[in-house]
Design a protein around this ligand. Sequence first.
Ligand SMILES: [Zn+2]
Length: 255
Amino acid sequence: MEHQSDIAYGNHFLMGYLGRDLSHTGLGLKFDFIVVHESGHEWFGNNITSKDIADMWVHESFTNYSESLFTAYYWGKAAGQQYVNGIRENIENDRPIQGAYGVNQEGSGDMYYKGANMINNIRNAINNDTLFREILRGLNKTFYHQTVTGKQIEQYINEKSGINFDKVYEQYLTTTQIPTFEIKFSKDNKYVSYRYSNCVKGFDMPMVLKSEDAQVQLHPSTEWQKQSLASAAQANLFNPIAIEYQYYLSCKEVH
Ligand SMILES: [Zn+2]
C-alpha cells in the first residue's frame, strides 16, 4: 500500500494481485499489480489528494486507470482497452461511487473499476490522446501537492477538453444505473436513430465511434436523433457489441 513516506508491500512478488488477474484477460498477469497500482498513487492520491474521503474516486479511479495506461504502454492501445473492459466484471453497482460529504464516508468500491471505465468513456469521447495526456499531466501540475474536491477535478476536465461532462459524472458517480444507448435502423438502412434511456435527466455523453475505415462523432441525448449512413462501413459502427466494448454502457438495437 502507498502512503506518503510509509510504504508497505504485500503482494508476495507475484504477478497480478496476489497471483490473480483482476482483468480476467490474461493481461493482469503480465505485471505485479501492487507495484503498478501503488506507483500510480504517486500522482493521484499523493500529489493530488481529495479533501473529503467521499471523493476518494479521485485517487482510485485514476490510479486504476493508470494500470490500463501501463498495459497500453507495453502491449499496445488495444490491450489497454481490453484491460479496462475486462475489469468491468468486478463492478458491483451496489451504491454510488461518491460518498456522503462531511461524515467521513467512502463511496462504493466501484470507485476502482467503474471509475476507470468512466475515465475511459471520457477519453474515448474526447478522441484525442494527446489532449487526454495533457489533461492528466495538467491536473497534476495545476493541483500539485493540493487537497481538492472532486468537483475541481471534474471542472478541470470540462474546461480543458471543451466538453461539459457534468451529466457523465452525475451518472457514473452518483447513481448505480448503467445508461442504455438505443439504436434503430431505418427500413432502407439509410439512417440510424439513437438516444439514451435508463439514465439521469439530461444525460448527454458524446461518443466517437470509429473503425479502420469510418468514424462518426455523436452527441446523443435522451431525445431521438438521426444520423445518415453514407456507407456500409459507417453502418457497421453502430454495432452494439462494438459500442459496449468501447464505452461502459448498455447498447441495444430496438425495432
Ligand atoms: Zn489504490
